[in-house]
Write a protein that binds this ligand. Structure first.
Ligand code: UDP
Length: 328
């Protein structure tokens, strides 16, 4: 039986990956420190004999007993409000955490896939973004902690590949959504859906003309799965190219949720990218992959999930109290 370590296992993408690999017949070791993850996302795997959970912060030395065939490094805060609240941890998990996991991959002779992001393109001057675009990133802005950690992560991964001959894969993930997103993580889909469910107005940042392209989680997981088993070591974009402005999107959500809410306009966060759309020609060619689930269907499934969350999750304060996680 092949053994795979998934970091960020109790997070949104990590937990879906745990499910996928368990279902595909792998032995999965899930790892998380719960800084932004939620054990509820993997509780259903607790009694599965092919799943083991280890609570650990990957910025500290990572020790795994026995054979290890694959590593998927998905531990990281991934929401703009998290970057403001836990900037140092965001930097550390992308840099020190990645270093530890590359070292582990080398020691175990395992193949490693790291989760990179469309944020490596920053506020892109090229549209849509293809893998050969170098990006337009403000290294010292509030989002720089995430963007630069991920850019460093790509660099160190390529260095391990070139210098040590390690088998590495890099996925550049564009905005992805679906069940198990943290309702109050501040990202636009949970934010709008939470507001609709609580009967609040939907908060559009800026004038809402900025665009995003949203990929349903099952499509994202399929792309990642295929990339891991491909033989390509350079970064590959995985996302859904169907682009929409945030303002149009707000009205789409009002319609979907049947909520009659108004929209209100708030200040645009610093360095908020004005446009984002993946060029997925490479993924199509290499992996024979393209997204299958349209926004209407994906959003319906996502809303079903949020609608059925227990009350306390709906009304929990904006973000978790991170103070326990910050070492004095
Ligand atoms: N956004 C918004 N209202 C919200 C939350 C986000 O208008 O309540 C906007 C945000 O400014 C950005 C887009 O929605 O332009 C997507 O934001 P998100 O935080 O989901 O992720 P990003 O793509 O910026 O990393």
């Amino acid at each position: 039986m092949k053994r795979v370590l998934i970091t960020g296992a109790s997070g949104f993408l990590g937990s879906h990956l745990c499910d996928r690999f368990v279902n595909e017949g792998f032995f999965v070791i899930g790892m998380d420190n719960f800084i932004t993850g939620d054990y509820d996302n993997i509780r259903h795997l607790e009694k599965n004999n092919n799943f083991q959970f280890i609570e650990h912060d990957v910025t500290e030395f990572v020790k795994i007993e026995g054979q290890l065939d694959y590593i998927l490094h998905f531990a990281s805060p991934a929401s703009p409000i998290d970057y403001l609240k836990i900037p140092i941890q965001t930097l550390k998990v992308g840099s020190l955490g990645t270093h530890n996991l590359l070292g582990l991959a080398k020691a175990k002779n395992a193949r490693i896939l790291i989760a990179s992001t469309s944020e490596v393109y920053g506020d892109p001057l090229v549209h849509p973004q293809s893998e050969n675009y170098y990006g337009n990133v403000n290294s010292i802005g509030p989002r720089g902690v995430y963007d630069e950690a991920k850019r460093f992560q790509e660099s160190i991964t390529m260095a391990y590949h070139r210098f040590h001959g390690l088998e590495t894969r890099i996925v550049r993930i564009f905005n992805t959504y679906g069940p198990r997103m943290r309702l109050n993580d501040g990202r636009v889909i949970p934010a709008f859906m939470g507001q609709a469910l609580r009967g609040e107005d939907l908060t559009i940042f800026g004038d809402g003309s900025q665009t995003r392209s949203f990929c349903y989680v099952d499509d994202q997981v399929e792309g990642i799965f295929r990339l891991l088993f491909s033989d390509y070591s350079y970064p590959v974009n995985i996302g859904n190219p169907h682009e929409i402005s945030i303002k149009d999107f707000a009205f789409e959500i009002i319609k979907l949720t049947n909520s009659n809410q108004k929209v209100i306009f708030k200040e645009l966060p610093v360095d908020d990218p004005s446009q984002r759309q993946p060029d997925i020609s490479l993924a199509k060619k290499l992996l024979d992959w393209a997204p299958k689930i349209g926004r209407e269907e994906g959003m319906k499934r996502t809303f079903e999930y949020f609608k059925n969350l227990p009350e306390e999750k709906l009304y929990k304060s904006e973000h978790k109290d991170f103070s326990n996680h910050i070492k004095k």
